[in-house]
Design a protein around this ligand. Sequence first.
Ligand code: B12
Ligand code: SF4
Length: 494
Amino acid sequence: MLQFQGETNYIQRVVNLRGKMANILLIQPPLYKNEYCSRGSEHTLSLLPPLGLAYIAAVLLKNGHKCEIVDGIATQISLDDLCKKALSYDIVGITSVSTYALRVKQIIQMLKNKSKSIPIVVGGPHANVLPESVLNHGADYVVLGEGEFTMLELVSALENNKDVEQVNNIAFLKDGKILKTQKQSAIIDMDSIPLPARDLLPMHLYKCSGARSKKQPSHSVFTSRGCPGTCTFCNKKLFGTNIRYFSVERIVEEFFLLRDKYKAKDIAIWDDNFLSNHSTVHAVCDELTRRNFNTTWSAEARIDTVNKELLTHMKAAGCDFIAYGIESGSQKVLDSMNKKITLDLVRNVIRDTQKVGIPIRGYLMMGLPNETVEDIEATIRFAIELNIDVASFTLFVPLPGTVEYIRAQKSGQFDPDYYLKKVYPEFNFPDEAIYIPEGMTSEQLLKLHRSAYNRYYLRPRIVLKNLLSIRSASDVTRYVEGGLNIIKNTLSKF
Ligand code: B12
Ligand code: SF4
């Protein structure tokens, strides 16, 4: 399979396909329930499709390549079986998030131990921030930025024994040093990306958390990429600050596809910032209403992108849930994370959303550098004051490449190489903190975090409100699962 290029002073892996198009395997690394679900949260966690891989697969298939996707989280495939399967492909692509960077390393090393000849390409947020680390673990190439067309070019270069240095937006090791090829700007014509190849995914296994969606299946969709925000904890290297939307026709077409082909009972928009461009949102709402979409949908939003008129239109067009990044109840912490919102703005927007009648989830964070116990207490009190429908308290995760990661190195307790030490669970109900702010102990932070959930959800008013809102068997299941998590949380050792 492998040939070495004599002409160049580095080794380029060449796929010897005797004129055939490459057969590519794209992998979402398996994370096993015992390591991914903390405190038995497996029933309440979202299990979402790796759409990034599905977009890449769609481009490869459209251009005549063979391609499959293994979603290791959904299928729980063993590492041995995954590697056996991967060995029968010409090129392997792996996606990466920092909290499972160790698993990416393990897969690369298992594969390379069995066969040095299969080119391994890694993309995704972690590889974008730390390409050198991923290459040093044995990956052959890192794709920087959006993967669709870069992967296509790279595959074609490998098939045709062309010089990979001509492929823009990739990184690889040359003479032991990282070489990054020319940077090309982000995809502007979003409609040039085909619909994600969902048929390659086990669509029946996916589930949006009950905290986000009352109706299942609730299928995921993206309408844009990019976010102009500058939050200090967020990794924005991939899609940049320039927000780019798919066309309204394309967005609505995908909604109908999810409803009609994949039997979605609800649609979850996972854009970083769906509400940034009001004219697009209004146009999508108009189109959904005009075409009688009659299916609910939800979105994530920045507090400073909404107004009552927009919310009213969204509600009329089927929006029945909105998740806001509220982050903190301390103005000092909001300012320090460059969130560019005030507590009063949050109060107003929440009040408007409640008046319009859209249920709200608030994302709240705790345990950032320079945060004190009083700041965390303020966050818990603020969530209670806002009286939102779902409060998600997560422990801060210092992501490499962010301002907060650098701050975490300067104060508090923190192992900067944490992502290579273990595969981390989600951080809604954690048993450990990656970072502990100065002046706090791990036990104290975990106790505060647990008490946030208990104080929020075990108030008699909230328990009664939840009981009274039960309308169907699926509501019962949702509340039992959520309730069990809170009880496990209460009984946990911290
Ligand atoms: C939906 C989502 C989730 C879902 C899971 C989605 C899933 N199945 O993968 C849920 C809610 C469960 C989740 C959880 C978490 N998430 Co999350 N999540 C997202 C979100 C909002 C969208 C992901 C997505 O589908 N993007 C759209 C697709 C098109 O983009 P993509 O996957 O990155 O793929 C493109 C490129 O990266 C590249 N690419 C990706 N993989 C590959 C592979 C190859 C071979 C190639 C060539 C290219 C390539 O090409 C793709 C197409 O252009 C992103 C933010 C964002 N805007 O992306 C955060 C994000 C991925 N999450 C993040 C984090 C930190 C987490 C959590 C740790 C949060 C927490 N505190 O618990 C957990 C970890 C979960 C886990 N183990 O994976 C960070 C990751 C940062 C990092 N350094 O790794 C992000 C980037 C948010 C941020 N801005 O900080 N998340
Ligand atoms: S608004 Fe969201 S996506 Fe944008 S920078 Fe802040 S956290 Fe990141």
